[in-house]
Design a protein around this ligand. Structure first.
Ligand code: ATP
Length: 773
């Protein structure tokens, strides 16, 4: 049944449509809604929703009925094969990035150390110039070649898996930009990490594989082009995200949990298996590459090149008294993490609104300036510190103190008057990030760092991380977060060691807890972060403590603002649907949420001229299709996608001279079109109504939309609470829901028992479901 506003236009069998509300109009109609709810708007042209729903149109059903179990088996096997390829691809990309970063950083430090033996000033200049060159290369790649590769990419991928496509995030050029850009930005010593970009890299690899390569760069393979629907690509991108984390941290289980907890909005048990498989493949690829590199074949990249800060030899027990300082670390993490999110939000907003609008040149100058400041601080501040004598080398320690000239790592001899001395600030500041973290986590009873050095580093690095966030380079926040957290964690650890003198307390343990707390306070992840921290430190005994600080820091952070990725997504205009509906939605109905009071719809058989004119005058992507019933009433017979209409108009194959509908019931409707194009939702982004050229004769023709529409769109009664609609929408990954008047009669009722179909009761439905495994 149609409501009144549906019926108005149907009387004359003419198309009636409303114009797409522009932002001002949306503002007006939005006035009807509860003022407290702000509906985030999709910035036009930059993002579009994805079609995750299976469009069970006539074409789809026909194709499914022609496919047997063999095809379903083939389809599933191909998905597993793709999961394997994603694992191998992401693992290799991670190894490549790590080898490149370690080598660039290695050459930089080796050259600087060699030169400062003669002149500190010259060494300083060389250090600055190398950093500048690396950062310059990175920002040039981003601004000139792959703008979508800037930042970590996680908010955009999160949006993609939530159902919003941001333009350009999964392109081949974005992948290339991400890989080479992060080598420059991380190698150039900026206060950012390569882990977030690796998640984006994994997602790009998965998406490109899913679409069979890049057609633009003539790198596509026809036999790979099996999956084209958004739904299939969503599953592959999920595998890619998990692979990215698994590769970045060598944490396969952490990768699976990261995908589950942080980036995806829908999850199925079959997907869990595939994601797990991909992560396992990544672990094998990375391990094999590491083994190969151990023999010195990869230059400066050795066992320390990949993140794994083994602290298994550290504190393995804790006393009750320690829980209080540990809880304090959680609170500090929550506060500093929330502050980090807020500051980066303000700065990013300012950048986007004022600075970056001035063009690429400003972005390049900005990144170079930040590189310069970072180099001056990381080289200059350690010069102000006095050196300390080296600790007594432990019998089984492989760490020399200080390292021989040209080597970097623990106990850096920097601006020291004596040979057997080290500069504690240089040991964490004037070092690669991985080595700095390893130093901060190091579990030694010897107090390697003074409180003054740790405090200086904390303040300076926190400031640098905030300022660097949002520059036009690929940037991850995991490693800066770990560095910030481990610094204040170690500071608390020093205090605890002095306070409870009799306990066997390690400062390194507190550094680890600090790292977990900052990440929890900023990113608001719990389970995945916990597992990642355990996997990278190889110390299972600390699991309860990590859980404790993560819970506290997340709770404290949540009291102030949203997580880093959610804040950034909303700043970028990505309309994420959170897992929880807003409180006010409980008192609102579905009808109240419909902003447009006039529904734009099509009759079943539509004149081409009307269709074109309607597509030109509004930009909606889904339209109800209505038909006159025998009793004169109009009924909704389904939903047609804009992308499908564009394909129909472009091919002209289904144009007909008469406005008579074809006989669907007979099963032999004359569809001349390639059905495959309607089985897989086609993105309308590639095709615009402006690209379609029709003659005046074409415009006088008709199209029967019935075979191409989705006959079973999701429909809700007008008085359903918006909370229920929200949950339905999010949980099913929908793009459109029809709101209809209260239903007048019931033709049946389905309960759990009706859905428990036995395997031998083979039905078409069962077959349909199995293909979307
Ligand atoms: P998405 O933007 O998620 O890809 P869409 O493009 O189909 O989906 P929009 O056109 O962006 O949807 O929707 C903007 C507003 O227009 C929404 O408030 C929605 O309720 C309304 N709207 C969408 N489709 C129609 C339609 N066929 N008739 C009337 N109003 C519509």
């Amino acid at each position: 049944m149609l409501s009144n506003h549906f019926q108005n236009g149907i009387e004359t069998a003419k198309l009636v449509w409303s114009r797409l509300p522009n932002s001002e109009e949306e503002g007006e109609t939005g006035g009807d809604l509860d003022d407290d709810i702000t509906f985030r708007k999709l910035s036009e042209g930059s993002s579009e929703s994805l079609d995750y729903e299976v469009i069970e149109n006539y074409a789809y059903r026909k194709e499914q009925s022609q496919r047997g179990k063999l095809y379903v088996g083939y389809y599933v096997a191909v998905k597993w094969f793709f999961a394997l390829l994603i694992g191998i691809g992401t693992g290799l990309a991670a190894v490549f990035i790590n080898i490149a970063v370690e080598n660039f950083a290695g050459w930089k430090f080796a050259a600087t150390f060699a030169i400062i033996q003669k002149s500190y000033l010259l060494g300083f200049l060389v250090y600055i110039l190398i950093n500048l060159a690396l950062v310059f290369s990175s920002v040039c790649i981003i601004t000139q070649f792959a703008p979508a590769a800037a930042g970590s990419g996680i908010p955009e991928i999160k949006g993609y898996l939530n159902g919003v496509d941001t333009h350009g995030i999964l392109l081949f050029r974005t992948l290339v930009g991400k890989i080479f850009g992060s080598i420059g930005s991380v190698g150039g010593g900026l206060a950012l990490g390569k882990e977030g970009p690796l998640v984006h890299t994994g997602a790009c690899i998965a998406s490109l594989l899913g679409q069979g390569g890049s057609t633009k760069y003539h790198l596509s393979l026809r036999w790979l082009q099996v999956f084209k629907s958004d739904r299939d690509r969503r599953d592959l991108v999920t595998c890619g995200c998990a692979a990215g984390v698994a590769a970045a941290f060598r944490a396969p289980v952490g990768g699976v949990l990261f995908a589950l907890e942080e980036v995806t909005s829908w999850w199925r048990s079959q997907l869990m298996w595939r994601v797990f498989f991909t992560s396992a493949i990544v672990a094998v690829v990375v391990r094999t590459a590491m083994g190969w590199c151990k023999s010195g074949k990869c230059g400066h990249f050795g066992s320390g090149g990949f993140i794994i800060w083994d602290i298994s030899g550290g504190q393995d027990d804790y006393s009750f008294e320690e829980l209080l300082p540990m809880a304090i670390i959680g609170v500090i993490g929550g506060l500093l993490g929330a502050l980090f999110n807020q500051l980066t939000l303000y700065i990013s907003y300012w950048r986007r609104t004022y600075l970056h609008k001035k063009g690429n040149r400003v972005k390049i100058i900005e990144a170079c300036l930040i590189s310069l400041i970072t180099s001056v601080i990381s080289f200059g501040l350690p010069l102000l510190r006095e050196c300390s004598p080296c600790p007594e080398a432990e019998a089984n320690s492989d760490i020399e103190c200080p390292r021989p000239p040209g080597m970097y790592g623990n106990y850096v001899n920097f601006f020291c008057s004596k040979d057997k001395e080290y500069n504690d600030l240089a040991t964490i500041f004037f070092n690669t990030q991985d080595d700095a973290i390893r130093n901060l986590f190091s579990a030694k009873t010897f107090h390697e760092y003074s409180a003054q050095s740790l405090l200086t580093f904390l303040v300076m690095f926190y400031t640098l991380a905030v300022v660097t966030f949002g520059t036009a380079v690929p940037a991850g926040q995991f490693v800066p977060g770990i560095m910030i957290g481990s610094t204040y964690g170690r500071l608390v650890g020093m205090f605890v060691v002095n306070f409870y003198k009799k306990l066997n307390i390690e400062e390194g343990t507190y550094a680890l807890l600090g790292a977990a707390s900052f990440l929890g306070g900023s990113m608001r992840m719990t389970v995945s972060l916990c597992v990642i921290m355990v996997e990278i430190t190889n110390n299972l005994k600390l699991l309860p403590l990590i859980m404790l600080v993560l819970l506290i820091s997340k709770a404290v952070g949540d009291a102030f603002n949203e997580g880093l990725y959610e804040e950034q997504a909303s700043l970028r205009g990505i309309p994420l649907l959170d897992s929880k509906p807003k409180y006010q939605m409980r008192t609102m109905t579905a009808k109240e949420a419909c902003r447009s009071q006039k529904v734009v719809y099509f009759p079943r058989v539509v004149k081409v001229a009307d269709l074109v004119s309607m597509l030109r005058t509004n930009k909606h992507n889904g339209f109800p299709v209505v038909e006159h019933a025998r009793n004169g009433e109009s009924v909704v017979i389904g939903l047609i996608l804009r992308s499908h209409l564009l394909v129909l108009l472009q091919s002209k194959l289904d144009f007909q001279h008469s406005p008579m509908p074809c006989d669907l019931a007979g099963g032999s409707i004359p569809i001349r079109h390639n059905l495959g194009e309607f089985v897989k939702p086609v993105s309308s982004k590639g095709l615009s109504i402006r690209d379609i050229h029709l003659t005046s004769d074409d415009l006088e023709m008709y199209i029967d939309l019935a075979p191409f529409l989705n006959p079973s769109p999701y429909v809700v009664p007008e008085d359903m609470s918006l909370t229920k609609v929200y949950n339905l929408f999010r949980q099913l990954g929908l793009r459109h829901i029809f709101v209809v008047p209260r239903a007048s009669r019931v033709i049946g009722l389905i309960t759990r028992k009706d859905l428990l179909i036995e395997e031998h009761e083979e039905s078409e439905t069962l077959e349909l479901q199995s293909t979307s495994v």
